[in-house]
Design a protein around this ligand. Structure first.
Ligand code: ADP
Ligand code: MG
Length: 651
């Protein structure tokens, strides 16, 4: 004859808490449970009932003795197998059963099924069956927070039976309910037992214990069989309709032949969905976390945008000159004839389009003013510069004047005292819009204003300058500005010294705007560096505040996490859910940061009248970096959450 082992066999179980070595809470407990029994464990508060139930339900591993489930020695199993065995064998109902208040009843009931990774259709069939057996089918779509105490316990029972466990363990399930609601809950449990589920109930209420077919008592650390109370309902265990074999191991029964990989993928997907669910079901907390990351990434993306925009702005001003302008420095000692010779030489170089001479005069000595007398008074309102140029320079720098041909009077041979005034400084001299006919005093000599400078794209400073013919000033250091065909600036700069001074090319120095172009890179680097380091500081703060907020939230989620652990979610599973939550939060922060950064860049560009430039790398990198930083922030909280003891769910 083949004898099947009992469902549960406990022998010589001892359990003491390390902090309390006076006496074991449980001493040498022994218990055998056959399938289909309804067992009550009674005893005074503090007598060790919950401690025993924790041992039985595999929520506690710190005991001594022998414990077999279906003949399998529990001590021989590794922790992850215990997680699986627990989830398969037991369903849990506690005094205050946890339900995520922001989730629907159906979702709460599906918790254990989802952790197993069952297909959604299967989940919904099992959920509605479980809800029907506890009489909660109409509440499937309601939020858990809207349930009464009794309904909440029925949700807990439905969640417990949805996974089709062999045993329901219930620790004071009616402890928070009025007696009538308590009896309803007991009727539900009795009915489940009648249909074949083993029930182990802990209670201090003898009236409630009376529903059981067998009553045990915890007292002074010992577990004793009691003379049977009169059962509150007719004894039915004799003709228990045992469920089919599938009910003993539903997880194995439901496993398709497609193999472990399929299930691992399903479960991995479930962890991801769970994390989405956790993030979206607590919108306020998630919003706070996301905005910390969003702020940091707005800063980072904004820094990238403003850096590029500013650099592009400088680039725009430089490109005009970069490829086609060369400046040749003219020593003050060079005679006017020699200067004319140099200009002549330069004009003859291939690819040179025009050459002009410019000398900046000391404002202090030039001192332009409207009246001669004013030259003596302090504090002239004119803050621009005074420069001396020839006709060639006006052409070279593409200066526009009014009247158009005013530059003619700057021919080297014309020695008239004439002046052009930049249109932005007309007011400094009290000149009208044309300025013509007026007289200005420069260097103590009167110059007649023959026109105004209306545009100077290559040297915007001329718009704020007074310009006189270079033939009027003595021998001063000046620059010859050479404009070449586009792209020939550096070639010409290299050729100029040899052309002008074949014997001593080192004596001639030149500059090209290409040297200025390096400035652009410098400016971009400086700006990016400054804004970037600010944003990285923000990012560190975001990671730290995200990490601490998540770390703190582990505390408030203890019950939820412990219950998930009790229902079979492994330690790694808990950690993975947390990491996903961090990733998703960071990703959302990164995406919002892209939006914020664009707004910042466009806003600042509008204010400065620049055209906004946003490097695409920043747009792509921010969300990725966000997800990464979110995961980093979630690391410690994830480890802490994984350490939560499933027995916490019972307290
Ligand atoms: P009951 O469920 O019968 O009210 P418990 O099993 O919860 O009793 O507790 C039994 C005894 O063990 C009590 O004295 C309690 O203070 C102690 N105890 C329970 N849990 C812990 C724990 N985690 N650490 C230390 N002592 C505990
Ligand atoms: Mg208790």
């Amino acid at each position: 004859m083949i004898t099947t082992p009992p469902l549960i066999t406990l022998r010589g179980i001892n359990r003491s808490y390390a902090s309390d070595d006076t006496a074991s809470v449980i001493q040498a407990a022994a218990l055998t449970v056959e399938p289909g029994e309804f067992i009550s464990i009674v005893g005074r508060s503090g007598s060790g009932k919950s401690t025993l139930l924790n041992v039985i339900a595999l929520l506690d591993a710190e005991w001594e003795g022998t414990y077999e489930i279906d003949g399998i020695d529990v001590k021989s199993l590794k922790p992850s197998s215990i997680d699986t065995l627990r989830a398969r064998t037991f369903g849990f109902v506690f005094q205050s059963s946890y339900a995520n208040p922001y989730e629907t009843v159906a979702k709460g009931v599906a918790l254990g099924l989802a952790i197993k990774g069952l297909p959604l259709e299967e989940q919904s069939i099992r959920v509605s069956r479980a809800l029907t057996s506890v009489g909660l089918e109409e509440k499937a779509g309601s939020l858990a927070r809207s349930l009464s105490g009794g309904e909440r316990q029925r949700l807990a029972i439905a969640r417990a039976i949805a996974t089709q466990p062999s045993v329901i363990v219930a620790d004071e399930p009616t402890g928070n309910l009025d007696s009538q609601t308590g009896r309803q809950i007991m009727h539900v449990l009795a009915e489940l037992n009648r249909l074949g589920t083993t029930v182990i109930l802990v209670t201090h209420d003898l009236g409630i214990a009376g529903y059981a077919t067998r009553v045990l008592e915890m007292a002074d650390g010992e577990l004793r069989e009691q003379a049977a109370l009169t059962p509150a309902i007719t004894s039915i265990t004799a003709e228990v309709e045992r469920g089919d074999g599938d009910q003993r191991s539903p997880a194995l029964g439901a496993r398709p032949s497609s193999g472990i990989g399929f299930w691992a993928m399903r479960r991995a997907f479930e962890r991801f969905v769970r994390s989405i669910n956790n993030v979206t079901s607590r919108p306020l907390r998630s919003l706070a976390l996301v905005s910390a990351f969003a702020l940091a990434f707005s800063g980072l993306v904004g820094a990238a945008g403003i850096g590029s925009t500013a650099s592009e702005q400088i680039a725009g001003r430089l490109t005009a000159a970069a490829g086609d302008e060369v400046r040749v420095n003219v020593p003050g000692a060079l005679t006017r004839n020699d200067r004319a010779g140099w200009i002549d030489q330069l004009e003859r170089l291939p690819q040179v389009e025009s050459v002009g001479e410019i000398a900046a005069l000391e404002s202090a000595t030039a001192r332009p003013s409207r009246f001669q007398a004013a030259a003596l008074t302090q504090g002239s309102p004119f803050t621009g510069s005074t420069v001396a140029v020839d006709q060639g320079l006006l052409k070279t720098l593409q200066v526009e004047t009014f009247p158009t041909d005013a530059g003619r009077l700057f021919d080297p041979s014309a020695e008239d005292r004439v002046a052009l005034v930049g249109q932005d400084v007309l007011d400094s001299f009290g000149l009208g819009r044309t300025g013509s006919g007026a007289e200005l005093w420069v260097n103590g000599e009167p110059y007649s204003v023959v026109g105004i400078i209306t545009a100077s794209p290559r040297a915007s400073n001329l718009l704020t300058s007074v310009v006189i013919p270079i033939s009027r000033v003595g021998l001063v250091p000046s620059q010859l500005t050479v404009r070449s065909a586009p792209g020939f600036a550096s070639a010409i700069a290299a050729a100029v010294p040899l052309a002008l001074a074949p014997g001593a090319p080192g004596s001639v120095s030149t500059e090209t705007a290409a040297e200025l172009a390096n400035l652009r890179v410098g400016v971009q680097t400086d700006l990016n560096g400054l804004l970037g380091s600010l944003a990285i500081a923000l990012l560190v703060i975001a990671i730290l505040s995200g990490a601490s907020a998540m770390y703190i939230s582990v505390q408030s989620r203890t019950q939820e996490l412990a219950l998930s652990r009790a229902l079979g979610l492994s330690k790694a599973g808990v950690a993975i859910v947390f990491l996903w939550e961090g990733c998703l939060t960071g990703l959302a922060g990164g995406l919002s940061g892209v939006a914020g950064g664009l707004v910042v860049t466009v806003g600042i560009s509008l204010a400065f009248n620049w055209s906004a430039v946003m490097p695409w790398t920043a747009v792509v990198a921010a969300p990725l970096a966000g997800a990464f930083c979110g995961a980093i922030a979630a690391l410690l909280p994830a480890l802490r959450a994984a350490r939560i003891d499933p027995a916490e769910a019972i307290r």
